[in-house]
Design a protein. Sequence first.
Length: 178
Amino acid sequence: MQMPIIARGKRDFRPAPEGLHQAVLVDVIDRGIQPTPWGPAPKVELRWQIAAINPDNQKRFEIWQRYRLSLHEKAKLRQHLEGWRGRKFALKEAQEGFDIEQLLGASCQLQIVHNEGKDGGTYANVQTIVPSVKGAPKLRALDYTRLQDHSENGTESQDDAEDEDQEDLEFWGNRIAP
């Protein structure tokens, strides 16, 4: 029995709204080595939830951005991390590296812009990341299971419990300080 292959039109989805939004980092996904115009390079994907609710499903909007895994001074990842922490990386810090996983659960503000894709669809993109407003309540992840915690049957693994009373995080250098 042959399964038909059906070409479908572009997905009908509502992108996250444009503007400055309170957000929380909910996932860091290693995308491995990916082809680029300059040759293969390691990529990472960061995923956030923003406070705005999608009227289509009554859940928070999620937005993600893929980056080349690099702290080179011209790399978008470095620019976004520096904006988020509110200061530049010192040369020594950049050479030692930065563990992005430590940012899970950290709040920030995302400047989201809309761009038109080649297919004519509208896509939300992270233009800038800045620190959360001082004194603002911390945004916590809701109804999200990290990609690495999905099991083969689609359920959540048991070892992904997180301390709900964790204080707001600020990151300095290569660590997160409570």
